[in-house]
Design a protein around this ligand. Structure first.
Ligand SMILES: C[S@@+](CC[C@H](N)C(=O)[O-])C[C@H]1O[C@@H](n2cnc3c(N)ncnc32)[C@H](O)[C@@H]1O
Length: 269
């Protein structure tokens, strides 16, 4: 597989490929720089479109030059509450009436608490901060339970899960269960993969869950993995069940394995 150089500039040809509003806004943006992987724009458009024009509360970890916060404002509209966090004190200059900027680390859980409180809650978190796995896991653990009931958590640039200089490494699992993971010993991708088991917790025979794991099980609808992005979508989840619509099974004499019972009698799927 050949990998082309990663960096490209916006050309009219590239801009002409836009199929979503977020891509169009990004390509037309002027002023403070926003820096994103091209393929993430269409994904974010899809995941965040439902919040446009609503009083959504979005927190972006990683402000850099402030351009991203400006684009979120254009995309989400006037009713959105938009906050950013960055360790770089120079980012304080981007604190304005449109979006608040807080200086500090995404691993400072006290800061995260204060920011969420000031925001009056949080519906969307985008972690585009330092990309160190330990910070990504720490922020996720602290912020995910604070998301509103149907909120979205996006962890970006998870290719750092494969880079040792960011504390990653292939299959760096750290532990067998998400609750036991030492954030300094695991990659975010492996930590996220472990959560796939929690989506299926209902079907496991003998496994006990911690209170945090159980909360994840009953409050998460989906996890989706993309190139360098993991998206967690929250939503109340209760014990799954399956149902039948209609009443007819095979017609008499149609052959087949008659020893196998029909499903109308309530057999497992
Ligand atoms: C990739 S840039 C953010 C880009 C921005 N979101 C955009 O789209 O243009 C990452 C930013 O995260 C900040 N950062 C690094 N470590 C951090 C940490 N532990 N907590 C919060 N921000 C951090 C850096 O100072 C840098 O400005």
């Amino acid at each position: 597989m050949q990998i082309a150089p990663f960096a490209r500039s916006i050309t009219p040809e590239l801009a002409a490929t836009a199929t979503t509003d977020l891509e169009r806004l990004f390509f037309a943006h002027e002023g403070p720089i926003c820096h994103r992987w091209h393929h993430m724009l269409a994904l974010y458009d899809r995941v965040l479109t439902r919040y446009r024009g609503t009083p959504v509360r979005l927190l972006e970890i990683g402000v850099r030059f402030g351009g991203s916060l400006e684009i979120w404002r254009s995309f989400l509209g006037d009713h959105a509450t938009i906050h950013g966090i960055d360790t770089d004190e120079r980012c304080a200059q981007f604190d304005n009436a449109s979006h608040r900027v807080h200086i500090g680390s995404q691993s400072d859980t006290g800061l995260l608490d204060r920011v969420v409180e000031e925001m009056g809650g949080v519906d969307v978190v985008i972690d585009d901060g330092g990309h160190f796995n330990v910070d990504q896991i720490t922020s996720f653990r602290h912020l995910y339970p604070k998301l509103s009931e149907t909120g979205v958590y996006i962890c970006e640039d998870t290719h750092s899960s494969y880079w040792s200089r960011f504390g990653g490494g292939p299959r760096k699992r750290g532990s067998d269960a998400p609750a036991d993971v030492d954030p300094a010993q695991a990659s975010f991708i492996e930590f996220a993969k472990d959560h796939i088991d929690l989506l299926h917790a209902w079907y496991l025979d003998d496994r006990s869950f911690t209170a945090d794991e159980e909360a994840f099980v009953t409050q998460t609808q989906s996890i989706s993995f993309h190139d360098s992005v993991v998206v967690f979508e929250r939503g109340p989840k209760s014990s799954p069940f399956h149902i039948l619509a209609g009443t007819q099974e095979f017609t008499e004499g149609s052959g087949g394995n008659s020893a196998r019972p029909g499903i109308a009698s309530g057999q497992e799927r």
